[in-house]
Write a protein that binds this ligand. Structure first.
Ligand code: PMP
Ligand code: GLN
Length: 379
């Protein structure tokens, strides 16, 4: 059969996690916690299942969860989205992103993405016949170059995708960045898709600049988040989008025929669990401890650590210790050192390779220590 996507390979997260398992390596590649969420969350889901809440939720999500999301967003960022028409529960951020792209991007439209770019965006754009236009963040602090973005905007530009805190670099967009973006799109009909799945994971007192909190941009933005990151349950695959009713109506045209609706008992469990705001507000301190611990461990190796202002990923340059291209270096690390990492060049269309790899530190101390021991022994 002729392949629809002859050029498309397998996502790096599957490739590296599979190799890590095969080699018995400590898996710091794919981003997921290796510790448990609180039992009370599982108990809530169990209770909801036994209470018979096992049939289809409404297409946009259960009202209990939509209300909890709207309340959280209002408390954190200001605007109060309409529970009926401005919030939709999705099967994780991945589905939300794919659905948003399918809802807005027409064949031939251009979508500006920032590189290194999270790996699901460009395949989604290309699947619907759009064209990804790449703006590189500036190495090594990975700040956006807004003058460059301005030059890339054309009459075909339909969407700009931003991601802050940024995977894989851990960089953040500031309030001033959002103002610059607002200036660039003013007077156009460009839609912004804002991937904010790490909205609660920022360090050293940094504040998250959500597009929800920028009145001008919020009018043209679909903002995505994911419970997987916030509550240590990446396997549940539940997330959501918020945005103005007119955009949400377009989003739902696709969502209804993509998944129609998502797992009901977990929506109810999350609606309950979200009531305690300390659970998301405490996340930054929780991960800062892990980030600092991991950085201290790596200080004893020749890796050069790049800044990490948010997310649970740490970039490190290995330029001082190997000349291997980063894919080969990551494979060698996994096979020979026993620590799996993600090569960052896979997130560039032109294969740009700064000799940088990504470590995930959403792990128990023992896991991070085991990885560091292997690294110290090897280098
Ligand atoms: N966007 C970014 C930037 C991510 O890092 C991830 C996953 N880690 C996703 C989207 C997908 O999230 P989900 O697992 O909820 O689909
Ligand atoms: N987003 C996670 C990461 O960056 C992985 C999610 C996935 O495997 N698709 O590692």
């Amino acid at each position: 059969i002729a392949s629809r996507f002859p050029e498309m390979g397998t996502t790096i997260f599957t490739v590296m996690s599979r190799l890590a398992a095969e080699c018995g390596a400590v898996n710091l590649s794919q981003g997921f916690p290796d510790f448990q969420a609180e039992p009370v969350l599982f108990e809530a889901m169990h209770r909801q299942m036994l209470a018979g809440r096992n049939q289809y939720a409404p297409m946009a999500g259960l009202p209990e969860l939509r209300q909890a999301i709207v309340d959280k967003v209002a408390a954190l960022y200001g605007p109060r989205f309409d529970v009926e028409s401005e919030v939709t529960v999705t099967a994780g951020a991945t589905q939300a992103i794919f659905t948003a792209i399918a809802a807005f991007v027409r064949p031939g439209d251009e979508v500006i993405v920032f590189e290194p770019v999270y790996d699901s965006y460009v395949p989604a754009i290309e699947t619907v016949g759009g064209k990804a236009v790449h703006a590189q963040l500036q190495f090594p602090d990975y700040a956006p170059d807004w003058a460059r973005v301005k030059a890339l905007i054309s009459p075909q530009t339909r969407m700009i995708i931003v991601n802050s805190p940024h995977n894989p670099t851990g960089s953040l967009l500031s309030a001033a960045d959002l103002d610059q973006l607002a200036e660039l799109v003013r007077g156009t009909d460009i839609v912004i898709l804002s991937d904010e799945v790490y909205e609660h994971i920022l360090f050293d007192g940094e504040q998250h600049a959500s597009l929800c909190g920028h009145p001008e941009l919020a009018q043209r933005s679909i903002v995505v988040s994911s419970f997987g990151k916030t509550y240590h349950i990446t396997g549940w695959k539940i997330g959501y989008v918020v945005g103005p009713a007119a955009l949400m109506a377009e989003f739902r045209k696709v969502h209804q025929f993509n998944v129609f609706t998502v797992h009901a008992p977990s929506q109810l469990a999350l609606a309950e669990y979200m009531q305690d705001a300390s659970r998301h507000l405490g996340l930054a301190a929780f991960y800062q401890e892990k980030r600092d611990f991991f950085r201290r461990l790596l200080a004893d190796t020749p890796f050069e650590l790049l800044p990490c202002r948010g997310t649970y990923f740490q970039l490190a340059s290995y330029a001082g210790l190997s000349d291997l291209p980063d894919r080969q270096f990551a494979e060698w690390m996994t096979r020979e050192v026993g620590v799996a990492v993600i090569p960052v060049s896979v997130f560039y269309a032109d294969g740009r390779d700064d000799r940088v790899v990504r470590f995930c530190f959403a792990k128990q101390e023992a896991t991070l220590r085991a990885a560091a021991e292997r690294l110290c022994k090897a280098f």
